[in-house]
Structures are given as C-alpha cells and as structure tokens.
Design a protein around this ligand. Structure first.
Ligand SMILES: Nc1ncnc2c1ncn2[C@@H]1O[C@H](COP(=O)(O)OP(=O)(O)OP(=O)(O)O)[C@@H](O)[C@H]1O
Ligand SMILES: [Mg+2]
Length: 419
C-alpha cells in the first residue's frame, strides 16, 4: 500500500528534498519513493525557495548545512510565505547538539532527524507529519463547514424575522385599512349632514334676519329693538360659521385618513410628494401642534410611487422624530423638507432629539429593534420603511446633525419595469 493510500489522501503526497549532496538526496528518495511519495529535489536553499511555490509540496525535508542559504535561513524565509506557514519542515542533518535543535524549531521547523538516519525512522516521521497535515486540513474543512452552517442559520433567522415582520405588517395594514375605512364611512355621513345643514341654516338665518329687520318699525322703539337683537344675530352667524368650519375640517381629516389607508396600497400613481406629506402629517396634527413643526416644501412636480406606502414611511419617520424631540429637547422641533434632485426627489425629516448613538446606527433598521420601553414600540417602523423605500428603488440615509437626527429618503421619479 502506498503512503497516499495509507493516509487516505486524494493525490500522492509530495515531498520536497532540499540537499546539496546528491548521495543524501538519492538515499532519501530511495527510502520514500516505494512508499508512494512524489519526490521533488532542490540542491540549495535558493533553489528550494524558487521551486516550492510551483510544486506546493506537502512536506519539506531540509538539510541544514548548505552553501549559500543554510537550512535554518531557508526555513525562516519559507515560513514568511503565506502558502508555507502550515507546511511541515523536517531538518535532516549531522548537527545534533541542543543549540542546533532549538534553532531549528525557532526558525519554524516541525521536526529534526539526525544523520545517520534509518529508512524506517524517516518514513515513520514523514508519515506522522502527513497525518497531521491531513488532520489539519480536515479541521480547517470542518471549521469552514461550521462557519457556512452558522452563516446559513443567521441568514435563515433574518429571513424568518423579515417574513414575520412582513406578516405582522400585512395584518396591521389590513386591519388598520379596514378600521380606517369603516370609521371614515361612519364619520363621513353625519359630517356631510352637518355640512349641508350648516349651509341651509346659514341661508335660512340670513333670511330670518332680513325678515325680522324688515318688520321692525323705523322709529325709536324699532332702533332699540334692533340694538338688542343685533349681538344675537352676530353671535348666531359666528356659531353657524364655526359649525361649518369644524365640519369641513372633519371632512378633510376623514379624506386624509382614507387616503392613508386607501385600498390597493401598493398601486403606483403619479402624485406630488408634497401632497402626500401634507395629508400624512395632518394625521399627526394632535402631536405636531405642540412642537415647532415646519414643512419646507420645494416645487417637485409629480413622481411615480405608491402614495399609501410612501405615506407610511413619512408617518414612521415623523413619528420617530416627534418622539425623540419630545423626549430629549426643551424646545422640540421637527422640520420636514423636500428637495428636487433632478431625476430623483428627496424628503428629509430633521429633529433636535439628540440623534442616534453611533453604536446603534447599524441596528435601527433591523426588524424589532427598539429602544422604547416595553409595550411602547414594536421596532418595526424603520424596517418597514426601509423595505418600502427599497421596493421603490430608493434609499434611506441617516446622519446626526449636531442637535438630533436627520433621515433622508431619496426616490426616483419613475419606477420603470420589474418593480
Ligand atoms: N429620529 C430619531 N432619533 C433618535 N433615535 C431614533 C430616531 N428614529 C429612530 N430611532 C431609533 O431607532 C429605533 C427603531 O425605530 P423604529 O421606528 O423601527 O421602531 P420604534 O420607533 O422603536 O417602534 P415603533 O415604530 O413600532 O413605534 C428607535 O427605537 C430609536 O432607538
Ligand atoms: Mg418608530
């Protein structure tokens, strides 16, 4: 059985013998060739350094005493080369004092055989080193496989989390959409009723005022009566106008709500991003009115996007900004601005809430990552926003602006095919 078969190596193992004396090379070859080793020879340290990278031996037998580079120097140079850091080098020499042996190991050698050597000893030692090489290779392979398995497990977990978040999101959106449409419908009817009747009330009241003013005599009593009635007329007119204003405002909020949760959320439309921002932020009116909230909207023209989804991104970013600003600033402020970037547009949400700590910048877009107290946040807002923006072939950037965080979303004007 050859050494390759014995050691179960795929190819015949190769040995590089480095010795300047031909007889030594001959004797070593005679010992190793019958075992099935592939033998290569170099007659100096310099020649070995040139030959080794070409043949990539599994083991190197190195004579110590050679003209030019001696064995120890050759070994040191070999060990500096990446390919031979793990290759066993066995010194074969007549020098056998402890100092030499130590120098041999220090120069990176793995073993030391002193001359005169026995065939059996050379074969046994070479075989042992091959076995170690093989075990090392197996260990490396195992580590590689383990790393790969770990990578796949991490990938699968991420995918699972993403799917889970998508499911939660779908469910959230579906029930939110249903609820909002239901509420919208319920509010819309009485609201229209109030609006229509406030208009009729206004008309009828003016008529009534005209009639009453018409029948009041133009004498002293009449003037007194008019004076008494006048503030009531005015107050009533004001109240009717307020009822109409309030009803119009409710109708507008309902319109925004329905716009936000409109069916066919993923449908693409040509819309003005400024309008989406205005209608979405109106839904946050109850929070924005307590802070310095500003919209700085530049002329953009229309872009192709899903207004419901982009509305959701705006909602998430502005809610986060309001939360951070309220929590960390005496004078909370949130500014939303839009920018025309030619074939792209952008919107920015800037707050003064202290910013995102550098150590968290990589994490905040992960599903379920939140620094909010338990029960306050799902940690899905940014991951969903990231996904929506990615689906729109856009990007989300975040940087700290000194006082707080600025999130910037860049969107292409057109979606093109393959969305
Ligand atoms: N404007 C901001 N300033 C500072 N930190 C922020 C800001 N926006 C997001 N973060 C950080 O990113 C985390 C994740 O945000 P994300 O919107 O995904 O979830 P959340 O706001 O915690 O929860 P939810 O959106 O469900 O209410 C936040 O908990 C917070 O730590
Ligand atoms: Mg959030």
């Amino acid at each position: 059985m050859t050494a390759a078969e014995k050691l179960d190596l795929e190819n015949a193992p190769s040995v590089l013998i480095v010795d300047d004396i031909a007889t030594n090379v001959h004797v070593l070859s005679q010992a190793l060739e019958p075992e099935g080793y592939n033998i290569s020879v170099a007659n100096s340290g310099e020649a070995a350094l040139k030959l080794a990278p070409k043949i990539r031996p599994d083991i190197i037998l190195l004579d110590v005493m050679m003209p030019g580079l001696n064995g120890f120097e050759t070994c040191r140079k070999l060990k500096q080369m990446e390919d031979f850091k793990e290759t066993p080098v066995v010194f074969i020499t007549a020098r056998s004092d402890a100092k030499d042996i130590v120098e041999g190991f220090e120069s990176g050698g793995s073993d030391y055989i002193t001359k005169p050597f026995k065939f059996e000893e050379v074969c046994a030692r070479v075989n042992t080193h091959f076995k170690m090489v093989k075990l090392l290779k197996e260990r490396e392979e195992m580590i590689k496989n383990l790393k790969e398995a770990h990578r796949k497990a991490v990938e699968a977990t991420e995918e699972l989390k993403a799917t889970q978040s998508q499911l939660v999101q779908n469910e959230k959106m579906a029930s939110l959409g249903e609820m909002v449409s239901g509420i919208g419908h319920e509010i819309n009817n009485p609201c229209n009723f109030i609006l229509t009747h406030s208009v009729t009330l206004n008309k009828n009241f003016r008529k009534l005022k005209e009639i009453i003013e018409g029948i009041i005599p133009n004498d002293e009593t009449g003037v007194r009566v008019k004076k008494v009635l006048s503030p009531y007329f005015e107050k009533n007119m004001d109240s009717i106008a307020s009822i109409k204003d309030g009803a119009e405002r409710i109708a507008e909020i309902v319109r925004s709500l329905r716009n936000f949760a409109r069916h066919g959320e993923g449908d693409l439309h040509d819309v003005d991003l400024n309008d989406v921002i205005k209608s979405t932020t109106k839904l946050l009116n109850h929070q924005t009115k307590h802070i310095d909230f500003k919209l700085e909207l530049s002329e953009l023209g229309e872009i192709e996007c899903s207004p419901a989804q982009i509305g959701q991104v705006i909602m998430n970013l502005v809610s986060n900004a309001i939360y951070a600003a309220n929590k960390n600033s005496q004078n909370p402020s949130v500014h939303v601005r839009t920018l025309d970037l030619g074939d792209k547009v952008a919107f920015e949400v800037q707050d003064n809430g202290g910013g995102v700590p550098d150590s968290l910048l990589q994490k905040i877009f992960n599903p379920f990552f939140t620094t909010k107290p338990v029960g306050e946040g799902t940690g899905l807002g940014l991951s969903i926003s990231f996904k929506i923006v990615k689906e729109h072939k856009g990007e989300i950037q975040v940087h700290n602006n000194g006082e707080g965080a600025t999130f910037r979303v860049i969107l292409p004007r057109k979606q093109g095919f393959n969305r």
